[in-house]
Design a protein around this ligand. Structure first.
Ligand code: C5P
Length: 403
């Protein structure tokens, strides 16, 4: 599990011969576990086509500030908010000049200006362009603005000249990013608000078999639980994630235990709950399971099956009832009467904090809004991407436990 696993990255590609190497770079980043969205300038599209990157990343490629695929023409904001970091490779002399000047008249420059995450640039240009005082001035400006400049390398150039200005090789860029991500994780572990604590989470749905091929499940993408696991890790905690079947990458540094049924989830949690300081139950656990699943595929000819259900254990309530229970956080997805149902759930499960949301406004989405219920009353976390909401929720937990 590398430190780029699960990281969401915008790869900006600008106009230069090295743009062809960005295709290799995109592949390596995906192999390292990152989720890559590519943004191209019009110059870049003269060298490589968007189709190449679309095929490599499996994601649409963006290049237009006025892209109608974004709901409200705010693509630059949306892309930058969803990213853990932005990498521009190759970064042309023009791109560096535009970033230094704070320009925002194309999608890539606008999203760089709108971002609140780190920006890395890997310059690539002719040696004379690199050495030009204007470029050097711009690079100094970028570094002062907190941008991290990777390279360039020295050597033979596409134009036949020899000197500094070659883009770092894709392998070297990935290695540099992994080193930086490792250092960031280590720094968070020593300074984060949850440092030294052990956080146990459940996420995703459970799957309860009816027979060997059919089953009953709940709708849950696992995105909120995984965002919380990543945020707890970032805040310095040792994180264990007990996960139902989802298609998400394990966040860097997080120990993941895969389970299928509610009983398996309960067993995995109860083995570890005594060692946890905080337990967060985000999983959509099936309330009931089929009493005796068939050991073969049921045949249609047998008529509608008569299923008998038995109740599953309530994992959250069981953990909360332990003599030395960790600080327990529950989730409630309701379709109506949010406040009333959530407060009742908090009392019934005896948890100090319950985070409630409207099911129809969160399922499968990348953003969420929460209402928190605790002894002090009610608090709102405004709609934002799930990683942002996760950090806000953990900040609230840290405050409640006196961190
Ligand atoms: O399903 P329900 O609305 O009761 O879920 C509320 C909270 O309880 C969630 O945090 C969920 O993860 C947890 N839960 C659980 N075990 C169950 C049912 C729910 O841990 N069997």
């Amino acid at each position: 599990m590398g430190s780029l696993t699960g990281k969401r990255l915008v790869l900006g590609v600008t106009g230069g011969v090295a743009a062809y190497k960005a295709a290799v770079l995109a592949r390596l980043l995906i192999k390292a576990g990152a989720q890559v969205r590519v943004v191209m300038t019009s110059g870049a599209q003269r060298f490589v086509t968007p189709v190449t990157f679309q095929a490599l990343t499996g994601q649409p490629v963006h290049h237009d500030l006025w892209d109608e695929r974004f709901d409200d023409s705010m693509g630059h904001i949306e892309l930058s908010r969803q990213a853990d970091f932005v990498l521009i490779a190759p970064a042309s002399a023009d791109c560096i000049a535009r970033l230094a000047a704070g320009r925002a008249d194309d999608l890539l420059s606008a999203l760089c200006l709108a971002r609140d995450c780190p920006l890395f640039v890997a310059p690539a240009m002719n040696r004379q362009m690199w050495e030009h005082p204007a470029t050097q001035r711009n690079v100094v400006r970028l570094i002062a603005d907190g941008v991290q400049v990777l390279g360039p390398d020295a050597g033979e150039q596409a134009c036949g000249e020899v000197g500094q200005g070659r883009m770092l090789e894709p392998e070297a860029i990935v290695a540099a990013l992994e080193r930086i991500a490792d250092a960031a994780l280590a720094a968070a572990a020593s300074t984060g608000r949850l440092r030294g604590l052990s956080v146990l989470l459940t996420a995703g749905p459970t799957y309860e078999p009816i027979d060997t091929v059919r089953g009953i499940t709940n709708r849950s993408s696992g995105k909120m639980g995984y965002a919380l696991a990543a945020a707890a890790q970032e805040a310095g905690a040792k994180v264990t994630l007990v996960s139902g079947p989802v298609t998400l990458a394990t966040p860097a540094g997080v120990e993941r235990i895969d389970v299928l049924t509610a009983q398996e989830m309960c067993d995995a949690v109860m083995q570890r709950a005594h060692a946890a300081d905080i337990f967060i139950g985000v999983a959509a656990v099936a309330d009931y399971r089929v009493a005796t699943p068939a050991q073969h595929k049921l045949k249609k000819e047998g008529g509608p099956p008569q299923l008998t259900f038995v109740e599953n254990p309530d994992i959250l309530a069981t953990v909360a009832a332990l003599p030395q229970a960790p600080f327990c956080v529950g989730f409630a997805a309701e379709s109506e009467n949010l406040r009333e149902y959530a407060q009742a759930k908090r009392r019934r499960k005896k948890v100090p904090l319950l985070a409630a949301n409207l099911a129809q406004e969160t399922f499968g989405r990348d953003d969420n809004a929460l209402t928190l219920f605790d002894d002090a009353g009610e608090h709102s976390i405004a709609r934002a991407p799930k990683p942002v909401v996760a950090r806000a929720l953990l900040d609230h937990v840290a405050t409640l436990i006196g961190r």
